[in-house]
Design a protein around this ligand. Structure first.
Ligand code: NAP
Ligand code: NAG
Length: 347
């Protein structure tokens, strides 16, 4: 475990990063993303922070706190509903029109639900879009800006940052006796949807898509984190979610990670040299984490709430051995082609 003091000391030293880092927070109006955005404001000089979400009220409050914490911070709210990939494309185009480089893409959108498959106008399940497809579309769209940040000659090489962080759970498919398998014949779960499968597919496809991106884009690092239990608004869409949350929070409080600590820990995951891109991780000595495929410094990391990578898991190794990286990337690119490029529904 990386203890909280180490995390705090690391974050406090971030002021030495070049001023003006550019960070996008998808799901930035609430919870872990907002808490991490506030930590960026607390610990860096004149950051440009983009918050993406639907709630104007939540964004106004977030931006006011950010400016109180750090008057040099430059927050912007981009309001959109990203359950449609075409909205993801528009908001990415808006960012690309304003910024030449992006240092951090941080993503948490999602919600808990008891409902079954809920199809969007694009033919995809809404929950699977928020937890997987929309996130990976942000990655695909913003990689040119992330690469530009990695190669920014105006910044000292050891102060450069180019990172993607997706907060979900790399191991949900193998918790509680889960099989850790993907249904390659129905990756989008059009025909065989269940909430359980949806959770597993979102997690596993995220795992392997990010691993594929780390191979192809050696100057950016890719981190998939498990936040553990964090007291946020995540239950708000459940029936009686707010009541449940009010009742459960005090009962669970000793097991929950406080939301501010989660933000500090996620800022560590988003900036620590433990998680270097492949180009820098190759053959590096010292405190570099083991990548998701078992190679130290591979550029893709599956990280638990405490800053340590998950140990290798046989079930996930087996799924990787079924060519998961290639198949997941191929499927996802097909979805993007059909829905985003051709404007059709999937499939
Ligand atoms: N909290 C936990 O205990 C826990 C545990 C394990 C895993 N996780 C996972 O970690 C992630 C982050 O959790 P959290 O607790 O930070 O969640 P949260 O507080 O509920 O925040 C979710 C964010 O997603 C945004 N969002 C939801 N639907 C959207 C849509 N259609 N379009 C645009 N934005 C949308 C929300 O903003 P708007 O409402 O403004 O749209 C909000 O900012 C989630 O994926 C969750 O499943 C959480
Ligand atoms: C893991 O990924 C890295 C980066 O793509 C690659 O260099 C390495 O050979 C891979 N290791 C294994 C065991 O496949």
């Amino acid at each position: 475990m990386v203890n909280l003091r180490t995390v705090q000391a690391h974050n406090a030293a971030l002021k030495s990063l070049a001023p003006g880092i550019v960070a996008v927070f998808v799901g930035g109006t609430s919870g872990i993303s907002l808490s991490t955005a506030l930590a960026v404001a607390r610990h860096t000089s004149s950051p440009k922070i983009y918050l993406i979400g639907r709630s104007q009220i939540a964004a106004d409050t977030a931006i006011a706190s950010m400016k109180t914490i750090n008057p040099s911070a430059q927050p912007t709210f981009l309001q959109t509903d990203i359950s449609l990939l075409k909205n993801v494309d528009s908001v990415c185009a808006e960012i690309a029109a304003k910024e030449k480089r992006l240092n951090l893409l941080f993503m948490t959108p999602g919600y808990l639900t008891l409902k079954g498959r809920d199809e969007t106008a694009e033919g995809l399940d809404r929950k699977l879009v928020l937890h997987y497809y929309a996130r990976m579309r942000f990655v695909a769209n913003l990689l040119p800006l992330l690469t530009a940040a990695a190669q920014d000659a105006s910044v000292d090489a050891n102060a450069r940052l180019s990172r993607v962080v997706s907060v979900l759970d790399p191991h949900v498919s193998v918790r509680a006796g889960g099989s850790g398998t993907l249904d390659f014949s129905d990756l989008s779960l059009k025909h065989t949807f269940s909430l359980n499968k949806c959770g597993a597919h979102a997690s596993l496809m995220g795992d392997f898509f990010l691993e594929g991106m780390a191979q192809r884009h050696p100057h950016t690092s890719f981190v998939h984190t498990y936040p553990s239990g964090v007291a946020t608004g995540v239950m708000r869409e459940l029936p009686l979610g707010r009541v449940l949350s009010a009742v459960l929070k005090p009962l669970l409080s000793t097991f929950l990670v406080p939301v501010q600590e989660s933000g500090e820990r996620h800022l560590f995951a988003a900036t620590s040299g433990r998680f270097p891109p492949k180009a820098e991780g190759d053959g590096v000595q010292g405190d570099v984490a083991v990548g998701s495929n078992g190679t130290k410094g591979s550029g893709c990391y599956w990280v638990s709430w405490d800053g340590e990578v998950f140990p290798a898991n046989e079930k996930l190794e087996k799924t990787r051995g079924e060519d998961a990286v290639v198949k997941v990337v191929q499927h996802t690119e097909e979805v993007f082609k059909r829905v985003c490029d051709e404007g059709k529904t999937y499939p």
